[in-house]
Design a binder for this molecule. Structure first.
Ligand code: NAG
Ligand code: NAG
Ligand code: NAG
Length: 306
């Protein structure tokens, strides 16, 4: 218990922007097996792959809308528009390696290359996308960053109760102490849901909730930085009532999303930028009734810009 308390304090300090000083860095190397989910449309003539990257305390099931129906499932929406999708579970240098092998190395595990790659992130996965665009500006041909703005307000993280993931559910019982998760359904629902959603989702979501690791928390102070050399198309979609990145008022959210482009992607032409703030929608866009509207806006944008 004591170890969890210290790790929770460490994570909260990272969200507050005042992490404890680090004691230097250590280079690590190794051979890693990457597990992924790959979905392809019947017609692959667009030759475009979307890389889907979820947010904190979710896993790859976020993109299927936790299995609550095809209308919430991003793979179904993307495949219907002719885009293939891939969900890997990685960090920046491994993403860089993966994107390059998918683009240039036909003997990769997908068995083919794609000429265009689109980063589709949610929340933490959006910040990883902007970080990739900063470090490797030509890796992605377009960025779709959801549950994101540069006006972050993490008070909903700071006032929530957290616990060691191993204490939360039998499925997580073997995770080490560095894996944390939310302790109460009310706290999880308060930050992830708002407006119009299936009331059966939040209790299910809490039962199957995923984790944040202290390693992910440690990266939070350095992730929110601009990508000044990235010039490709950018689309931002964030729930108008998402507590972390918008607030409650539609017009305020629209203004925050427009400002985020100038803050993070100053070299992107205005004609290559779009945004959408669905009303009646909290932080988890995929888990609200507006999900089909949002994926429609995103694919209209990609069709017009790729
Ligand atoms: C990190 O540095 C601090 C301050 O110099 C020191 O007190 C602490 O013992 C160091 N921790 C580790 C794990 O080396
Ligand atoms: C930050 O979000 C909380 C809700 O999580 C809200 O009560 C507070 O007013 C927000 N702060 C600002 C400065 O918008
Ligand atoms: C989490 O729950 C506690 C206890 O009910 C409450 O005081 C706090 O405001 C909640 N925070 C959020 C973000 O829901």
């Amino acid at each position: 218990m004591y170890i969890s308390a210290a790790l929770i304090t460490f994570m909260l300090e990272a969200f507050r922007g005042t992490p404890p000083p680090d004691n230097g860095t250590t280079a690590v190397s190794g051979t890693f097996t990457v597990v992924g989910t790959y979905c392809v449309p019947d017609d692959l003539s667009k030759n475009t792959l979307q890389i889907l990257v979820h947010g904190i305390t979710y896993g790859k099931d976020y993109w299927t809308g936790l299995g609550f129906g095809d209308e919430f499932d991003w793979h179904v929406a993307a495949n219907a528009c002719g885009y293939a999708t891939l969900i890997p579970q990685l960090n920046i240098d491994t993403f860089h390696y993966l994107l390059n092998s998918v683009r240039t190395f036909p003997a990769n595990p997908l068995g083919r290359t794609f000429s265009k790659l689109v980063w589709v992130g949610h929340s933490y996965g959006s910040f990883l996308g902007s970080t990739l665009a900063r470090q490797f500006p030509s890796d992605a041909d377009a960025l779709v960053i959801t549950g994101f703005s540069t006006a972050g307000n993490f008070s909903g993280v700071l006032t929530a109760h957290w616990t060691a993931a191993a204490h939360h559910a039998p499925a997580l019982a073997n995770l080490p102490a560095g894996y944390l998760t939310r302790a109460t359904e009310a706290n999880r629902t308060a930050v992830f849901y708002a407006g119009a959603f299936d009331p059966a989702l939040p209790p299910f979501d809490f039962r199957v909730e995923g984790t944040i690791t202290v390693g992910e928390a440690a990266a939070i102070p350095v992730l929110p930085e601009a990508a000044p050399a990235y010039t490709g198309p950018v689309f931002i979609a964030t729930g108008a009532q998402g507590v972390f990145f918008c607030g409650t008022i539609q017009a305020d959210c629209d203004a925050k999303l427009a400002a985020s482009k100038h803050d993070f992607f100053p070299a992107v032409a205005d004609r290559d930028f779009g945004f959408f703030a669905p009303d009646q929608t909290g932080h988890d866009l995929r888990l609200h009734l507006s999900a089909p509207l949002t994926s429609g806006k995103v694919h209209d944008f990609l069709d017009a810009h790729l």
